[in-house]
Ligand binder design. Structure first.
Ligand code: F6R
Length: 364
């Protein structure tokens, strides 16, 4: 049932404020200022590092979480693509927690990576959507993301719910390890509780994104740029666009632009820049100027402060609500998804069942 939407993907994008609210209700205590993990929880003082493994969109959720665990909790993190991890057979130091992220819980490479960690990692934890899946069953602790069934092949609400649960874990780790006070934890959690409101405001940009997508749909290549927490999201935005619109898209960390990809810039290739007004914004603005000086068309996704500081030479600006900086990947995922969605609809591709793709990749 598409609940009045044209596609499951549109329905699942629109559901995000609600399902993220549900994940928060599941993981936050009554007062909303403590994180409550199921089962016996996780002792983050008993581990020295985290090894995160996943595929595709779930891998980008892990890449994002690396910034959170390292910056908030001071916990070193390795992030691997499951198909590489399983055959590289990396050494797993003692006091490593292995963390697997999978919507379906059945991805063959992720499951094989989990089995490789059995008997090696101190603890095997998974973040899954399908509670009765193989990955959930074979973990010491399975954490649900509460997204509900995801039908569209391109992952949307599962991604933002994965991010929500991973951020809660990073905050819990930071608190247990004495890196943030109860007051700081409460501040982050209160910002998280108001996230659904900001997500609704992001959904309101759908009409504007649809107009921009009509032009984007005429391109053959699109470049996505982001720094810090926006870098993994740039990768996710590019993946979403190529999956459903079949437009070639790739993403770079903004600082890498001058190390190669800037050679591609001309007036035919739109560049999507995701950049809330944060400590790295000035650097991103100078990257944008490098693009525009070469005739590149920039679509900037930022907040009101960022808009005020950006050059008026940008092709499009999408203005997002301003929120706690750690939450920006969850919020900025929505315009990335909507951009891919509306571009695919403008091209007339099969949004929910893109060619050559399967929802659950149970073979290598
Ligand atoms: C992208 C997408 C895939 C999956 C990947 C992992 O939109 O859906 O990249 O994210 O196949 O799947 P799960 O999370 O089920 O392990």
């Amino acid at each position: 049932d598409k609940a009045g939407h044209k596609h499951f993907m549109a329905k699942e994008i629109a559901e995000q404020p609600r399902v993220i609210g549900e994940a928060l209700r599941f993981y936050l205590s009554g007062e909303g200022d403590t994180i409550r993990l199921p089962g016996e929880g996780i002792d983050f003082t008993a581990i020295d590092r985290l090894s995160m493994v996943a595929c595709g969109t779930a891998f980008y959720a892990c890449m994002t979480a690396k910034y959170w665990f390292e910056q908030l909790a001071g916990l070193p993190v390795d992030v691997d693509i499951a198909s590489e991890f399983r055959y590289r057979e990396p050494p797993i130091p003692a006091r490593t927690m292995a963390l697997f992220v999978s919507q379906s819980g059945e991805t063959a490479d992720t499951l094989a990576a989990l089995r490789y960690c059995e008997g090696k990692a101190a603890r095997i934890v998974s973040v899954v959507n399908v509670a009765e899946s193989s990955i959930a069953r074979e973990s010491d602790l399975a954490l649900p993301i509460m997204a509900g069934a995801e039908i569209g092949v391109a992952s949307t609400k599962a991604f933002t719910c994965q991010l929500t649960v991973l951020l809660l874990l990073a905050l819990e780790a930071a608190h247990q390890r004495g890196r943030i006070s109860q007051e700081e934890l409460s501040d982050h959690l209160s910002a998280l509780r108001s996230l659904p409101v900001a997500l609704n405001a992001a959904l309101d940009l759908s009409g504007k994104i649809k107009n921009a997508a009509r032009k984007l749909s005429e391109s053959t290549d699109v470049l996505f740029l982001g720094r810090g927490l926006m870098y993994p999201l740039a990768l996710e935005g590019a993946l979403k666009l190529k999956e459903i619109s079949y437009i070639h898209a790739e993403a770079y960390a903004s600082g890498e632009l001058k190390h190669g990809p800037i050679a591609l810039i001309d007036k035919t290739m739109p560049v999507v820049v995701m950049a809330p007004r944060d400590a790295l914004f000035d650097k991103t603005v100078s990257n944008m100027q490098e693009v525009m000086a070469r005739g590149g068309k920039v679509m900037l996704i930022t907040d009101a402060e960022g808009e005020a500081e950006a050059s008026d030479q940008t092709w499009q600006v999408l203005v997002m609500p301003r929120i706690d900086a750690v939450l920006t990947p969850i919020l900025y995922a929505l315009p990335a998804q909507l951009l891919a969605y509306h571009t695919a609809v403008a091209k007339g591709t099969d949004v929910d069942q893109p060619r050559n793709l399967a929802k659950s990749v149970t073979v290598e």
